[in-house]
Design a protein around this ligand. Structure first.
Ligand SMILES: C[S@@+](CC[C@H](N)C(=O)[O-])C[C@H]1O[C@@H](n2cnc3c(N)ncnc32)[C@H](O)[C@@H]1O
Length: 395
């Protein structure tokens, strides 16, 4: 039988073999001579083309995003929703000169947002069709002006040299204005703006959460950082027996009261003004939800939020934590590139891996943490955790 030191030697030998192979591979791929050779060899040509295209897409990604923004601002997808139109008709409806309309349409065709149709007309493309009336994507794209302004110098951002970011102003609870600062007209306006964005994008998340976890066995759901109640409203539609509590900062809670009353839900939802860092007594819930909340906060704050969730539950109660996560299989750039840099620009928080969140949940009085299968895994993954007895040291 091999000794532990034999096993260690073997694994370090295989690691160094792998390192040498990877070094050889990287040096080969970096060589212009190899690149020219590979692009001419029939078997390798398609790999070379695919890789070159992937690199170019990284180089040009910002421009593609701006083509999409132009389509959305000019309502191109809505215009094509009832069927194809000619260039002249589109130029007229978008108030653009025909040559510029053609330029936009050709760009949109290349990105599969739009398709050429018979008789010189243009119709929706396979990537444009799902965007018709898609308030979630529209709101996301339109608020990217602030993000892209902050990302203009990504190195300064990484070095902490960009102090006043546009996104910190967009999300005032993440900037210098702490949640306890007195509400000014400016923070009220900012709360209204970010809350509308969250409400518009909520369907992208809520249906995944609801499909992942049946809530029939619960009586009372507490949504911490629940925004304007859009998540609760979607849950209430599916689960008529549930009652709810929503906690959010006062400016946002005021919007939740209005929104929920408009939907006739005021009798089923108690809206509480407050902070999850200094929470009021929150009793009665057997299910707590944290939807797109924890990733907004640095580790100490995130642990404090998880403790608030734990304290609000009886032993055996359930927490659902839903948010975009780091290293999501098949959606890695969404978690680590998009949200990684988004939260960097915002000034706090980070996307976390499932394992990191599991560790934080266990350190906050939860057990039996597991990842629930969800359909898209793009905007969110869902972790389920069960409240275990509160340690004496918390009392
Ligand atoms: C990214 S939004 C998510 C909103 C909602 N859960 C959703 O998914 O649509 C984060 C929410 O946390 C709220 N929030 C931030 N700091 C808070 C605090 N200290 N106490 C309570 N809520 C807070 C914000 O006002 C906002 O509504």
């Amino acid at each position: 039988m091999p000794s532990p030191s034999d096993v260690a030697d073997a694994s370090s030998a295989s690691a160094s073999l792998r390192d040498r192979w990877l070094l050889w591979r990287d040096q080969t791929l970096a060589s212009p001579v190899f690149q020219r050779w590979a692009s001419g060899v029939p078997g390798l040509r398609w790999i070379a083309r695919r890789r070159a295209r992937a690199v170019f897409d990284l180089v040009a990604g910002f421009v593609y995003s701006q083509v999409l923004e132009a389509c959305i601002r000019l309502r191109l997808f809505q215009l094509l929703a009832d069927g194809p139109l000619s260039l002249t008709e589109l130029a007229h409806r978008m108030s653009l000169a025909p040559p510029q309309t053609e330029r936009l349409l050709l760009a949109a065709v290349s990105l599969r947002l739009v398709e050429r149709r018979r008789c010189d007309r243009f119709g929706l493309g396979v990537l444009g069709a799902p965007l018709v009336g898609n308030a979630a994507v529209e709101a996301m794209v339109l608020h990217h002006g602030a993000l892209y302004a902050d990302l203009r110098d990504p190195v300064a951002l990484l070095r902490g040299q960009s102090t006043q970011t546009a996104l910190a102003a967009y999300w005032p609870y993440a900037g210098d204005l702490g949640p306890s600062d007195p509400s000014s007209a400016q923070t009220r306006q900012a709360a209204a703006t970010y809350t509308s964005l969250m409400a518009a994008s909520q369907p992208l998340v809520a249906h995944d959460v609801l499909d992942a976890y049946p809530m029939h066995q619960h009586r009372h759901l507490l949504d911490l950082g629940g925004g304007d109640g859009s998540f609760i409203a979607l849950v209430a539609e599916r689960h008529h027996h549930l009652n709810f509590t929503l906690l959010d900062l006062p400016d946002v809670a005021a919007r939740a009261r209005m929104n929920l009353a408009e939907r006739g839900l005021q009798h089923r939802v108690q809206v509480v003004d407050g902070s999850f860092f200094t929470p009021p007594q929150l009793q009665g819930a057997d299910l707590v939800t944290l939807v797109r909340v924890v990733h907004d906060h640095d580790d100490d704050a995130a642990l404090a939020i998880l403790r608030t969730a734990r304290t609000a539950l009886p032993v055996g109660g359930v927490l659902l934590l839903a948010e975009p996560m780091s290293e999501t299989p098949g959606a890695e750039p969404m978690g680590d590139a998009y949200f990684g840099f988004y939260l960097l620009a915002m000034g706090q928080g980070r996307p976390r891996t499932v394992d990191t969140l599991k560790g934080m949940l266990c350190a906050s009085g939860f057990a039996h943490v597991r990842l629930l299968p969800t359909r898209l895994r793009l905007q969110t993954q869902v972790l389920l955790a069960t409240a275990s007895p509160i340690p004496d040291s918390w009392e």
